[in-house]
Design a protein around this ligand. Structure first.
Ligand SMILES: CC(C)(COP(=O)(O)OP(=O)(O)OC[C@H]1O[C@@H](n2cnc3c(N)ncnc32)[C@H](O)[C@@H]1OP(=O)(O)O)[C@@H](O)C(=O)NCCC(=O)NCCS
Length: 201
């Protein structure tokens, strides 16, 4: 069977050395914590973020909504799934009211979801970042960095000391983002994929 191999890096970080104040969420955006009712929302943002990117060739499930939905269900049912490291970023279409009984309240209909990340504790006690994604039209403004820091903060609150992620070597922008936040390459791995794009297990 014809296979192609994608070079990927495992990158790791010491959670005690992370500068959590380095990036802040810009005005007009909110973090939204995990809830099982948000599976479809995470899947939708994941699909919008990944479907035209290199990782949709490496993991075919990232290329369409149904694959992303199945993946989200699988991740959220893992034994080590960590809600505190699993977040969405929402953009407010309008700022919350400043006065009266509705002060500070946000109408869910005024939210557009633009970023997703999930966190899992692996069997060695590492925090594993899963599928950091920002929708294309919202990239380059620091949202990816701030969302990753939010997940790392969740790992630390859960008592973990180290975290890792895997990134496709060709995804140079993402590799740079991870380096900027303090991740370092720990090793290189190769992911075998059938030429038609179906991952080999
Ligand atoms: C990777 C991703 C999450 C980054 O989101 P983002 O909101 O653009 O990230 P930021 O704005 O915080 O970027 C931070 C830094 O990373 C770099 N960077 C990130 N993505 C980049 C890209 N696609 N091209 C060039 N540079 C990129 C920028 O140089 C930026 O550095 P700077 O602060 O010096 O300008 C986003 O591009 C994405 O969703 N990509 C598709 C899905 C994906 O590949 N996810 C990673 C899986 S491992």
């Amino acid at each position: 069977m014809a296979l192609t191999y994608f070079k990927r890096y495992r990158m790791e970080i010491d959670l005690n050395k992370v500068d959590f104040a380095k990036h802040r969420l810009p005005a007009g955006y909110r973090f939204v914590p995990w809830s099982p009712a948000l599976v479809a929302t995470h899947a939708e943002v994941k699909c919008l973020s990944f479907r035209h990117e290199i990782d949709a060739n490496v993991f075919s499930c990232l290329g369409d909504y149904e694959g992303c939905r199945r993946l989200m269900i699988e991740i959220s049912r893992k034994e080590g799934f960590l809600p505190e490291a699993t977040w969405l970023i929402a953009k407010l279409d309008e700022e919350p009211a400043e006065d009266g009984a509705t002060r500070g309240r946000i109408d869910p209909a005024s939210l557009t979801y633009v970023g997703t990340v999930q966190g899992v504790e692996d069997r060695f006690g590492y925090g594993a970042i899963q599928n950091l994604g920002i929708v294309p039209e919202q990239r380059g403004g620091g949202l990816g960095s701030v969302l990753l820091l939010k997940a790392l903060e969740g790992f630390r609150r859960a008592g973990l000391k180290r975290a890792f992620l895997e990134v496709t070597a060709q995804n140079e922008g993402a590799v740079r983002l991870y380096r900027n936040l303090g991740f370092a390459k720990a090793r290189t791995v190769y992911k075998a994929v059938e030429l038609m794009g179906v991952p080999v297990r």
